[in-house]
Design a protein around this ligand. Structure first.
Ligand SMILES: CSCC[C@H](N)C(=O)N1CCC[C@H]1C(=O)O
Length: 358
């Protein structure tokens, strides 16, 4: 079904076919979740006539059913087999969409094995168009993933956090997510004290102590679909400045959420958060985009950034996560997952957004 939609789109855009390696696009089109193919070349080949074929390592012989497939064994040259498949699907030349994240050695081997005649184009713009409008079963999985992170936040508030190392708290969060869902959508961020000034801080040995502000950013996966939440909490009464910053970020997040409407461009939502923060005098400390699309990948279209030209539609899902980061002091970020539903934004994550002081 999804392959058929994809085929119509590639035909409409004037491409002869596509060459897709494992990842979110591969899973979206095939429903096959091939665990850790690693360095073993694996490809889905699709042509504009609607024919498709898989080339996979023989390790997956018992995992792939009801799908046209050729297997190759360790020791064989998969690229010769791929050349035959490309020939059969009449894809030895012309404009071919190629998975953006395909390993460079795979692509070089394909081009070297007699397939120099095709012109490669990035797959992501075409797939992005399909994937950013979620179907009901995808939304349902995302709702479940959002419920998991809400629940984990509730539980975190009951843990004995003062004295814990950032990486201990991150591990506890990760374990709980794994217990409640199919896995984590990315490695949790726990950033305490002045480390909270780094939006992508790697949790380290710092012990969380009284007076700290702590950014918690984590996500769960359900049937491949991600959630992503950030809450900033305080351990003991934080500095007045941080409380002021918290209120500004909260207002920016709320304003951006209210700006979500069908027909509005993603950049308008970004502008709403950005202007709120700039008016409060913290514009230079909001150093990233307001949000990103969310689905099979943690970052995908539509990006909620100053350049976001995508016009929002029902079924689109993305984060709204403004932040203020002050070097040497700390930072605040508040993030929710949002669905465009019946023309308006609907929060999928619903954990308490007010500042919690433990
Ligand atoms: C994939 S790790 C980061 C997850 C986080 N929720 C996130 O997406 N961001 C944190 C800072 C901004 C934003 C980002 O665009 O990276």
């Amino acid at each position: 079904m999804r392959i058929e939609k994809f085929v119509s789109l590639i035909r409409e855009r004037g491409f002869e076919g596509a060459l897709i390696s494992p990842g979110a696009n591969f899973y979206y089109l095939t429903g096959l979740n091939l665990h850790e193919v690693g360095e073993r070349p694996t490809f889905l080949v699709v042509n504009a006539d609607g024919n498709y074929h898989l080339l996979a390592p023989s390790l997956y012989e018992n995992a792939i059913e009801d799908f046209p497939v050729t297997f190759w064994r360790d020791g064989e040259n998969p690229y010769h087999k791929l050349a035959l498949i490309l020939g059969e699907l009449e894809l030895s030349g012309g404009k071919l969409l190629v998975e953006d994240t395909m390993r460079a050695d795979w692509l070089l081997n394909i081009l070297r094995t007699g397939n120099r005649a095709f012109e490669p184009y990035p797959l992501s713009p075409v797939m992005g168009e399909l994937r950013m409008r979620k179907e009901p079963d995808e939304i349902e999985a995302m709702e479940q993933a959002a419920k998991v992170v809400d629940r984990v936040f509730e539980e975190v508030l009951s843990w004995d956090i003062p004295g814990m190392r950032e990486k201990e708290l991150a591990l506890k969060i990760e374990l709980r997510i794994r217990e409640l869902s199919d896995g984590i959508s990315f490695e949790p961020i726990v950033a305490s004290g002045e480390n909270a000034a780094n939006p992508h801080h790697t949790p380290g040995d710092r012990r969380i102590r009284k007076g700290d502000i702590v950014i918690l950013d984590y996500g769960a996966k359900v049937r491949g679909y991600c959630s992503d939440i950030t809450r900033t909490i305080a351990v003991g009464q934080p500095d007045e400045k941080l409380v002021e910053i918290y209120d500004v970020v909260k207002e920016a997040q709320e304003n951006a959420y209210r700006a979500v409407r069908e027909g509005v461009k993603a950049k308008e939502v970004d502008r709403s958060a950005r202007e709120t923060i700039a008016k409060a005098g913290y514009g230079e400390y909001f150093t990233h985009r307001t949000g990103h699309g969310l689905g099979l990948e943690i970052h995908e279209e539509p990006y909620i950034s100053p350049e976001g030209e995508v016009t929002l539609e029902d079924g689109m899902t993305f984060t709204i996560e403004p932040g203020i980061y002050i070097p040497g002091v700390g930072g605040v970020r508040i993030e929710d997952d949002v669905l465009v539903d019946r023309g308006r934004g609907k929060r999928l994550t619903r954990a308490k957004g007010e500042l919690v002081v433990l």
